[in-house]
Design a protein around this ligand. Structure first.
Ligand code: NAG
Ligand code: NAG
Ligand code: NAG
Ligand code: NAG
Ligand code: NAG
Ligand code: NAG
Ligand code: NAG
Length: 390
């Protein structure tokens, strides 16, 4: 097969780099981990869990948010206080003062995620107004589940399209309804005791105009690019493979449904997911005599919350590096990942408020499409435009 100039040009286009290179914007780790977060300082008025999310002075004083001897950030449910009936148990919810635009990548390396009957942890992102500004659930599970679940929550019109490429198991496709567009992790040890026993792992989320893509690796499978990365180095994600969950822009125009996002960690107990009687009883009825999440778990000496803590090695926020070289005609024809180029911090702002919208944190879900796959699709589209021009 001889190669015409046009074919050569197309071949070259296919080889264009996608958005695979990222620069560090900020690392949250070690003794400075808690420097740039707002602690909630209220009872759980969002997911109706039986906790009081402490303000920072109380959280620190009570030893529920601290950096341990290994330099890991720990956020935990109180497991030392005897809580009488009709009272709530203390826990943590923190929201980043930093906002991150489309064009960001977040990588979190943990050694422990909260679990156990009544426990409902989440590491997620949100815009200021819910659901208008979008929500991305990166780590979320309840009770005795053995796997993580991903989801987006948006206003109507954002879906996970047919034919997405991902390794996770498909749940609902409509991101605006109920639990959102859920994808369940199918790789082993993404949550619960298995996660801990394997040494934890890494979750990475690409928030791009091309879509939202989430990867998980158990400790033994963490890719070289991450093993070699440090708090200042750039990272190349081109070898990360197919994501666990993919939400390509073909089903959800990211810039229309998501504004700049804040990062959130929270742990609640019971509430409107973990504590729903049918859901709770199916997994945890053996936890106590009443079959009621609150009575059989929250009340009492708290010794059942020894595993209800996050332990984080680091959380890094990245932004896309310079746009890859696309021909003018190609980049005119498609709004490619190229555009996500410099998305970065919308504002360190240190606003000390943001009790975080009335976010319902109720969902889980996710989809699939490797960034390379996405990139290939977009490049293919670019090629198509080019063909027309030729
Ligand atoms: C923090 O502690 C102070 C003093 O004990 C108390 O008045 C306040 O209500 C506490 N706030 C929270 C959110 O627990
Ligand atoms: C991070 O890695 C880069 C090389 O990728 C190196 O130049 C730099 O010194 C490293 N920084 C730290 C803090 O180790
Ligand atoms: C998303 O919508 C905006 C305007 O509504 C449009 O300019 C943009 O091209 C769309 N992006 C994609 C990836 O379709
Ligand atoms: C859970 O336990 C309660 C109290 O014993 C009981 O009434 C309920 O039927 C049980 N539910 C299930 C699903 O077993
Ligand atoms: C805490 O309470 C449970 C029963 O609710 C009991 O089995 C356990 O021994 C208690 N632990 C302590 C340290 O008192
Ligand atoms: C609380 O849990 C931790 C493990 O997460 C454990 O080291 C500690 O002893 C527990 N506290 C009590 C009072 O049991
Ligand atoms: C929840 O409580 C916070 C802090 O008091 C408040 O700012 C926020 O408006 C409340 N949200 C809802 C949905 O009630």
């Amino acid at each position: 097969m001889h190669t015409t100039p046009r074919r050569a040009l197309l071949a070259a286009l296919y080889l264009l780099p996608a958005v695979t290179s990222y620069d560090v914007v900020r690392e949250y780790s070690g003794n400075s981990f808690f420097d740039r977060w707002d602690f909630y300082g209220s009872y759980d008025n969002l997911t109706l869990g039986d906790v009081w999310w402490l303000d920072q002075p109380n959280a620190t004083q009570q030893g529920l948010a601290y950096v341990d001897g290994n330099g890991r950030a720990v956020m935990r449910v109180d497991n030392t206080t005897n809580v009488p009936w009709n009272y709530k148990r203390n826990s943590i919810r923190i929201t980043s003062q930093d906002f991150y635009d489309v064009g960001s990548l977040w990588v979190i390396d943990l050694t422990h995620i909260p679990y156990g009957c009544s426990v409902w942890p989440a590491f997620w992102t949100k815009g200021p107004l819910w659901p208008n500004d979008g929500e991305i659930d990166i780590i979320e599970a309840i009770n005795l589940e053995d796997h993580n679940q991903y989801a987006l929550h948006t206003t109507g019109g954002c879906v996970r399209p047919e034919g997405t490429v991902q390794t996770g198991a498909l749940g609902p496709t409509d991101c605006s309804l109920g639990s959102g567009c859920v994808v369940s992790e199918t790789k082993p040890n993404s949550y619960s005791s298995g996660f801990t026993q394997m040494g934890g792992g890494v979750y990475a989320t690409q928030f791009d105009v091309a879509g939202i893509f989430i990867w998980f690796w158990s400790r033994a499978d963490v890719p070289q690019s991450l093993l070699q990365a440090n708090s200042t180095s750039s990272i190349d994600i081109s070898q990360w493979g197919i994501p666990s969950a993919s939400y390509p822009a073909s089903g959800c125009n990211i810039t229309n449904y998501f504004t700049s996002q804040q990062l959130v960690f929270d742990i609640t107990l019971c509430g409107d997911w973990a504590g729903v009687p049918s859901i709770y009883q199916a997994a945890c009825n053996a936890s106590g005599p009443t079959g009621i999440c609150y009575n059989d778990n929250v009340v009492g000496n708290g010794s059942n919350y020894d595993e209800a803590y996050f332990e984080v090695n680091y959380l890094r926020a990245y932004t896309t590096t310079a746009a890859p070289a696309a021909t003018p005609s190609a980049s005119q024809g498609v709004s490619v990942p190229v555009i996500s180029a410099t998305g970065s911090l919308a504002g360190p702002t240190g606003i000390n408020t943001s009790p975080n919208g009335a976010g319902t944190k109720g969902g889980n879900g996710a989809v699939t499409l490797g960034s390379s796959v996405v990139a290939a699709g977009l490049v293919a589209a670019a090629s198509f435009v080019l063909v027309l021009l030729l």
